[in-house]
Design a binder for this molecule. Structure first.
Ligand code: BTN
Length: 252
């Protein structure tokens, strides 16, 4: 099992535009910072084995022991008139497919940006914009042991190893992720989220669950065709509301 995401380990698994160029640093603050404002071409990829200031959503940290996980950012140049938040679902779908391919377990998407395996969060997506470009950051918990995972996460975390009992080749998984991201992103560019809707809907983790979104209790109904979440609220859940973004907590 290789122990690094260095260029020579990952190059054999790069099959398309995404991953070219491939910027690797054994340690960096955040792979997002290697691409934001860089002016690099679409598909440019930054990866590392350790982040000292990994960024999560809502200003949180993203922490992973050195050499345990996939820490990657990809540069996208979406058309200007599009709804960029949809790209988190695009990346989540790619990560779900890649994780499913590696584990044989069904991976689901917890709106808007988490990937779940056996009800545990194994991957998170962070999309950041700069000058009309979007840098999509993907963190996948791969080979962490149970004790390596954060204790205080609102969504219970897992790694591919804790959920399958087996270590996973990170370089091969990264190659698969980049290949799938390119295919799904090209589909989104061409036909929007509507083209991916069947796949996203089929993996919707929250559908029918009792949730709390931004402090309000609700039942998640569905991810809509524009990427927003429809929920039922109020006494007896008679009212419908559409959520643009936010952190969703679910009952176990
Ligand atoms: C989340 O679930 O809060 C999103 C986590 C995103 C983490 C990835 S790891 C690679 C990239 N670099 C970062 O600093 N963050 C993203």
């Amino acid at each position: 099992m290789n122990t690094s995401l260095a260029q020579q380990a990952v190059a054999p698994y790069i099959r398309g535009r995404f991953g070219k160029p491939y910027l690797y640093e054994s340690e960096c603050e955040s792979t997002q910072l290697l691409l934001l404002g860089s002016g690099l071409v679409e598909g440019a990829t930054a990866a590392t084995d350790h982040q000292t200031g990994g960024r999560g959503r809502h200003g949180k940290e993203w922490i992973a022991p050195s050499g345990s996980s996939i820490l990657v950012s990809v540069m996208l140049h979406p058309p200007p008139n599009r709804h960029f938040p949809e790209l988190s679902l695009v990346a989540a779908l790619a990560a779900a497919e890649a994780i499913e391919g590696a584990t044989g377990l069904t991976a689901q998407i917890k709106w808007p940006n988490d990937v779940m395996l056996n009800r545990r969060k194994v991957a998170g997506i962070l999309s950041e914009m700069s000058d009309g470009t979007v840098v999509v950051g993907i963190g996948i918990n791969v080979n962490q042991a149970r004790d390596d995972l954060p204790l205080d996460s609102p969504t219970p975390p897992g790694s591919l190893r804790t959920l399958t009992g087996q270590s996973c080749d990170r370089a091969a998984l990264l190659g698969s992720l980049l290949f799938r991201l390119e295919r799904i992103y090209d589909g989104w560019r061409h036909g929007g989220l509507a083209d991916l809707y069947g796949e996203v809907g089929a993996r919707d983790f929250l559908r029918g669950r009792q949730i709390t979104v931004d402090g309000e209790e609700a039942v998640a109904l569905q991810i809509l065709r524009d990427g927003r979440l429809e929920v039922a609220t109020g006494n007896g859940h008679g009212e419908r509301r559409v959520v643009e973004s936010g952190e969703v907590l679910f009952e176990r």
